[in-house]
Design a protein. Structure first.
Length: 225
């Protein structure tokens, strides 16, 4: 199959305000690496195109020259001068040039490359589907999802024009494939895909638990990967 047909853009969203963290989440260290670098290490290799969306590009300029995947990495600010999760998603889809767009949040500690590929493959297999999105007891996880760019971009734009701000506000109009947590674990048994951090205390506590082995499925090896 030609690259043009199954090409995957991976977008790491780093545009949040990080108010509870007290400093930009993308640059906060976890197990010795800034969160944005962890995300790049974990999902960068599967990307045909790699994008970071951030309105603080100056602090992330070092990534374009210092990371392994800098030959396919681009930084972009939000397309619209409106804060919100839906604006970030629209920016990701707008700048992507590949037919499938995997989107993850920079504060996710363990984004999964195998899971993103499995989500992409679901969309490849069924051209009627728009989004392959995990769903947990807390609801949809739109920032570990894969989107069909051609069909999703106009739906997101319509939602923005209608004044919507939630990343999932347009989902009722889309054709979704829901990945249950069990399905996700079958793809990548390590789990932990949707763990994110919002405060320095959460970050410190989780790092200590993983390094001590009290979280059994994740270990210090996962801190390094």
């Amino acid at each position: 199959m030609k690259e043009l047909e199954h090409g995957l853009t991976v977008v790491i969203q780093a545009g949040g305000e990080s108010k509870r963290m007290g400093s930009p989440k993308a640059l906060v260290s976890f197990c010795g690496l800034p969160l944005i670098c962890r995300g790049l290490k974990r999902v960068g290799a599967i990307a045909d195109e790699l994008i970071i969306t951030s309105n603080d590009q100056q602090s992330l300029d070092f990534l374009c020259t210092s990371v392994k995947f800098n030959d396919k990495l681009r930084l972009h600010a939000d397309v619209l001068n409106v804060r919100g999760a839906l604006t970030g998603l629209y920016t990701a889809l707008h700048y992507a040039t590949k037919p499938f767009v995997g989107v993850v949040a920079c504060d996710m500690l363990f984004p999964s490359a195998p899971l993103l590929l499995a989500q992409r493959d679901v969309l490849l297999a069924d051209p009627t589907l728009d989004v392959a999105v995990p769903v947990t007891s807390h609801g949809f996880e739109p920032f570990h999802a894969v989107y069909r760019r051609e069909s999703c971009l106009p739906l997101v734009k319509e939602a923005l024009d209608a004044g919507q701000t939630r990343a999932t506000s347009w989902f009722p109009r889309a054709h979704l494939y829901e990945f249950t947590h069990e399905m996700a674990l079958a793809v990548d048994p390590r789990g932990g895909f949707f763990i994110n951090v919002n405060t320095p205390e959460e970050l410190t506590t989780l790092e200590a638990r993983i390094l001590s082995g009290s979280i059994t499925k994740l270990s210090d090896r996962d801190c390094e990967s």
